[in-house]
Design a protein around this ligand. Structure first.
Ligand SMILES: Nc1nc2c(c(=O)[nH]1)N[C@H]1C(S)=C(S)[C@@H](COP(=O)(O)O)O[C@H]1N2
Ligand SMILES: [Mo]
Length: 219
Protein backbone atom coordinates (compact mmCIF):
# COMPACT_ATOMS: atom_id res chain seq x y z
CA UNK A 1 0.00 0.00 0.00
CA UNK A 2 1.38 3.45 -0.86
CA UNK A 3 1.86 6.08 1.83
CA UNK A 4 -0.93 8.12 0.13
CA UNK A 5 -3.23 5.12 0.25
CA UNK A 6 -2.66 4.71 3.95
CA UNK A 7 -3.10 8.38 4.75
CA UNK A 8 -6.34 8.39 2.75
CA UNK A 9 -7.82 5.68 4.91
CA UNK A 10 -6.61 6.29 8.44
CA UNK A 11 -8.76 7.89 11.04
CA UNK A 12 -7.37 11.35 10.53
CA UNK A 13 -9.04 12.82 13.60
CA UNK A 14 -7.52 10.27 15.92
CA UNK A 15 -4.11 10.74 14.36
CA UNK A 16 -4.36 14.55 14.68
CA UNK A 17 -5.39 14.29 18.35
CA UNK A 18 -2.51 12.00 19.21
CA UNK A 19 -0.08 14.23 17.34
CA UNK A 20 -1.41 17.25 19.26
CA UNK A 21 -0.89 15.42 22.56
CA UNK A 22 2.65 14.62 21.51
CA UNK A 23 3.24 18.32 20.83
CA UNK A 24 1.87 19.30 24.24
CA UNK A 25 3.62 16.53 26.16
CA UNK A 26 0.23 15.31 27.41
CA UNK A 27 0.24 12.44 29.92
CA UNK A 28 3.80 13.06 31.08
CA UNK A 29 4.08 12.83 34.87
CA UNK A 30 7.80 13.49 35.11
CA UNK A 31 8.10 10.67 37.63
CA UNK A 32 10.74 8.37 36.15
CA UNK A 33 10.33 5.00 37.83
CA UNK A 34 12.39 1.94 38.48
CA UNK A 35 11.77 -0.84 35.87
CA UNK A 36 11.37 -3.21 38.84
CA UNK A 37 8.14 -1.36 39.61
CA UNK A 38 5.49 -3.21 37.72
CA UNK A 39 3.18 -0.34 36.75
CA UNK A 40 5.19 2.33 34.87
CA UNK A 41 4.63 6.00 35.82
CA UNK A 42 1.44 7.61 34.56
CA UNK A 43 -0.18 4.26 33.70
CA UNK A 44 -3.39 2.75 35.09
CA UNK A 45 -4.23 -0.93 35.09
CA UNK A 46 -7.19 -2.16 33.02
CA UNK A 47 -8.89 -5.57 32.93
CA UNK A 48 -10.15 -5.39 29.35
CA UNK A 49 -7.94 -5.21 26.27
CA UNK A 50 -8.61 -2.01 24.27
CA UNK A 51 -8.20 -2.02 20.48
CA UNK A 52 -6.08 0.73 18.94
CA UNK A 53 -5.12 1.08 15.32
CA UNK A 54 -4.86 3.65 12.54
CA UNK A 55 -8.24 2.64 11.16
CA UNK A 56 -7.69 -0.39 8.94
CA UNK A 57 -7.95 -3.96 10.23
CA UNK A 58 -6.65 -5.96 7.26
CA UNK A 59 -8.39 -9.31 6.72
CA UNK A 60 -5.29 -11.50 6.59
CA UNK A 61 -5.79 -15.25 6.93
CA UNK A 62 -3.12 -17.79 7.80
CA UNK A 63 -3.43 -18.94 4.16
CA UNK A 64 -2.43 -15.55 2.67
CA UNK A 65 -0.08 -14.52 5.45
CA UNK A 66 3.58 -14.03 4.46
CA UNK A 67 6.60 -12.91 6.46
CA UNK A 68 9.63 -11.35 4.83
CA UNK A 69 12.75 -10.90 6.92
CA UNK A 70 15.34 -8.82 5.13
CA UNK A 71 17.66 -5.82 5.28
CA UNK A 72 21.19 -6.37 6.57
CA UNK A 73 21.00 -10.11 7.24
CA UNK A 74 23.09 -13.06 6.05
CA UNK A 75 20.12 -15.33 5.51
CA UNK A 76 16.89 -13.50 4.51
CA UNK A 77 13.61 -15.34 4.99
CA UNK A 78 10.36 -15.43 3.01
CA UNK A 79 7.96 -17.59 4.99
CA UNK A 80 4.42 -18.74 4.71
CA UNK A 81 2.37 -20.03 7.64
CA UNK A 82 3.80 -23.55 7.47
CA UNK A 83 7.40 -22.30 7.35
CA UNK A 84 6.68 -20.12 10.40
CA UNK A 85 5.22 -23.04 12.32
CA UNK A 86 8.13 -25.30 11.51
CA UNK A 87 10.24 -23.35 14.02
CA UNK A 88 9.93 -24.07 17.75
CA UNK A 89 7.52 -21.69 19.45
CA UNK A 90 7.40 -20.61 23.09
CA UNK A 91 4.97 -19.30 25.69
CA UNK A 92 5.48 -16.10 27.69
CA UNK A 93 3.48 -14.24 30.29
CA UNK A 94 3.90 -10.47 30.04
CA UNK A 95 2.35 -7.07 30.73
CA UNK A 96 1.49 -4.56 28.00
CA UNK A 97 1.67 -0.79 28.37
CA UNK A 98 -0.04 1.56 25.91
CA UNK A 99 1.13 5.15 25.57
CA UNK A 100 -2.52 6.25 26.03
CA UNK A 101 -1.94 5.25 29.70
CA UNK A 102 -3.52 1.81 30.07
CA UNK A 103 -1.60 -1.28 31.12
CA UNK A 104 -2.80 -4.87 31.06
CA UNK A 105 -1.05 -7.42 33.25
CA UNK A 106 -0.45 -11.16 32.78
CA UNK A 107 -1.09 -11.82 29.11
CA UNK A 108 -0.22 -15.34 28.09
CA UNK A 109 1.26 -15.41 24.57
CA UNK A 110 2.55 -18.11 22.30
CA UNK A 111 4.72 -17.44 19.28
CA UNK A 112 8.14 -17.54 17.73
CA UNK A 113 10.79 -15.93 19.97
CA UNK A 114 12.51 -13.00 18.22
CA UNK A 115 15.81 -14.46 19.46
CA UNK A 116 15.13 -17.60 17.46
CA UNK A 117 14.42 -15.51 14.34
CA UNK A 118 17.67 -13.58 14.85
CA UNK A 119 19.59 -16.87 15.04
CA UNK A 120 18.09 -17.97 11.74
CA UNK A 121 18.58 -14.78 9.69
CA UNK A 122 21.90 -13.70 11.26
CA UNK A 123 22.00 -9.87 11.24
CA UNK A 124 25.23 -8.47 9.81
CA UNK A 125 27.70 -6.45 11.86
CA UNK A 126 26.45 -2.88 12.21
CA UNK A 127 22.76 -3.68 12.54
CA UNK A 128 21.39 -1.51 15.36
CA UNK A 129 17.65 -1.21 14.66
CA UNK A 130 14.68 -3.22 13.46
CA UNK A 131 11.80 -1.81 11.41
CA UNK A 132 8.49 -3.68 11.55
CA UNK A 133 6.09 -3.41 8.59
CA UNK A 134 2.41 -4.35 8.67
CA UNK A 135 -0.39 -5.20 6.27
CA UNK A 136 -2.20 -1.93 7.07
CA UNK A 137 0.86 0.13 6.05
CA UNK A 138 1.88 0.76 9.67
CA UNK A 139 5.59 0.76 10.52
CA UNK A 140 7.49 1.10 13.76
CA UNK A 141 11.20 1.10 14.66
CA UNK A 142 12.88 -0.48 17.69
CA UNK A 143 16.50 -0.85 18.81
CA UNK A 144 17.93 -4.30 18.06
CA UNK A 145 18.82 -4.73 21.76
CA UNK A 146 15.13 -4.47 22.67
CA UNK A 147 13.98 -6.64 19.77
CA UNK A 148 16.44 -9.30 20.95
CA UNK A 149 14.94 -9.33 24.46
CA UNK A 150 14.24 -12.75 25.88
CA UNK A 151 10.47 -12.18 26.10
CA UNK A 152 9.94 -10.75 22.59
CA UNK A 153 7.62 -12.86 20.44
CA UNK A 154 6.13 -12.97 16.97
CA UNK A 155 2.90 -13.93 18.66
CA UNK A 156 0.00 -15.86 17.13
CA UNK A 157 -1.85 -16.92 20.31
CA UNK A 158 -3.25 -15.02 23.31
CA UNK A 159 -4.73 -16.89 26.28
CA UNK A 160 -4.79 -20.12 24.30
CA UNK A 161 -6.68 -18.69 21.31
CA UNK A 162 -5.47 -17.35 17.96
CA UNK A 163 -4.92 -13.57 18.22
CA UNK A 164 -8.07 -11.97 16.78
CA UNK A 165 -8.07 -9.83 13.67
CA UNK A 166 -8.71 -6.64 15.68
CA UNK A 167 -5.65 -7.33 17.85
CA UNK A 168 -3.37 -8.00 14.89
CA UNK A 169 -3.73 -11.67 14.00
CA UNK A 170 -2.58 -13.90 12.51
CA UNK A 171 0.81 -12.63 13.73
CA UNK A 172 1.79 -9.54 15.70
CA UNK A 173 4.89 -8.58 17.60
CA UNK A 174 4.86 -8.48 21.41
CA UNK A 175 7.73 -6.48 22.89
CA UNK A 176 6.80 -5.98 26.56
CA UNK A 177 9.69 -3.64 27.50
CA UNK A 178 8.47 -0.82 25.23
CA UNK A 179 5.12 0.95 24.82
CA UNK A 180 2.70 -1.13 22.78
CA UNK A 181 2.86 1.09 19.70
CA UNK A 182 6.30 -0.53 19.21
CA UNK A 183 4.58 -3.92 18.74
CA UNK A 184 3.23 -4.09 15.19
CA UNK A 185 -0.08 -5.83 14.54
CA UNK A 186 -0.62 -7.72 11.23
CA UNK A 187 3.13 -8.12 10.93
CA UNK A 188 4.43 -8.98 7.45
CA UNK A 189 8.00 -7.73 7.21
CA UNK A 190 10.92 -7.34 9.58
CA UNK A 191 13.80 -5.27 8.29
CA UNK A 192 17.20 -5.13 10.01
CA UNK A 193 18.92 -1.76 9.53
CA UNK A 194 22.02 0.13 10.62
CA UNK A 195 20.46 3.60 10.97
CA UNK A 196 17.34 4.32 12.97
CA UNK A 197 14.29 5.17 10.85
CA UNK A 198 11.11 6.72 12.24
CA UNK A 199 7.89 4.73 11.73
CA UNK A 200 4.24 5.84 11.53
CA UNK A 201 3.87 7.35 15.01
CA UNK A 202 7.53 8.29 15.37
CA UNK A 203 7.28 10.76 12.46
CA UNK A 204 4.21 12.20 14.23
CA UNK A 205 6.00 13.08 17.45
CA UNK A 206 6.34 9.78 19.28
CA UNK A 207 9.62 8.69 20.80
CA UNK A 208 12.23 6.78 18.80
CA UNK A 209 12.69 4.29 21.68
CA UNK A 210 9.53 4.39 23.84
CA UNK A 211 10.58 3.06 27.27
CA UNK A 212 7.50 3.20 29.57
CA UNK A 213 9.56 3.34 32.80
CA UNK A 214 11.26 6.59 31.77
CA UNK A 215 8.09 7.84 30.06
CA UNK A 216 9.57 8.08 26.60
CA UNK A 217 6.16 8.88 25.18
CA UNK A 218 7.11 11.71 22.87
CA UNK A 219 10.29 12.42 20.96
N1 LIG B 1 -0.17 -2.66 12.18
C1 LIG B 1 -0.44 -1.88 13.23
N2 LIG B 1 0.15 -2.14 14.40
C2 LIG B 1 -0.11 -1.38 15.48
C3 LIG B 1 -0.98 -0.27 15.38
C4 LIG B 1 -1.61 -0.02 14.13
O1 LIG B 1 -2.40 0.92 13.95
N3 LIG B 1 -1.31 -0.85 13.08
N4 LIG B 1 -1.22 0.51 16.50
C5 LIG B 1 -0.23 0.44 17.57
C6 LIG B 1 -0.70 1.06 18.79
S1 LIG B 1 -0.67 2.76 18.86
C7 LIG B 1 -1.08 0.31 19.88
S2 LIG B 1 -1.43 1.02 21.35
C8 LIG B 1 -1.18 -1.17 19.79
C9 LIG B 1 -2.58 -1.59 20.14
O2 LIG B 1 -2.70 -2.99 20.11
P1 LIG B 1 -4.12 -3.58 20.51
O3 LIG B 1 -5.15 -2.99 19.59
O4 LIG B 1 -4.00 -5.06 20.33
O5 LIG B 1 -4.36 -3.19 21.93
O6 LIG B 1 -0.84 -1.67 18.50
C10 LIG B 1 0.21 -0.99 17.86
N5 LIG B 1 0.50 -1.69 16.65
MO1 LIG C 1 -1.00 3.31 21.13
Amino acid sequence: MSEDGIIGQIRQKLVDTKRKWAGEGRLLTGAAADPAVRLPPGQRQVQNWPVLDIGIQPPVTTKDWRLTVDGLVENPAAWNWDDFNREPHAEFLSDIHCVTAWSRFDNRWCGLPARRLIKIVRPKAGVKFVVQHSYDGYTTNVPLDYFAGEDVLLAHTWEGKPISREHGGPVRLILPRLYLWKSAKWLTRIEFVAEDRAGFWEVRGYHMRGDPWTEERYG
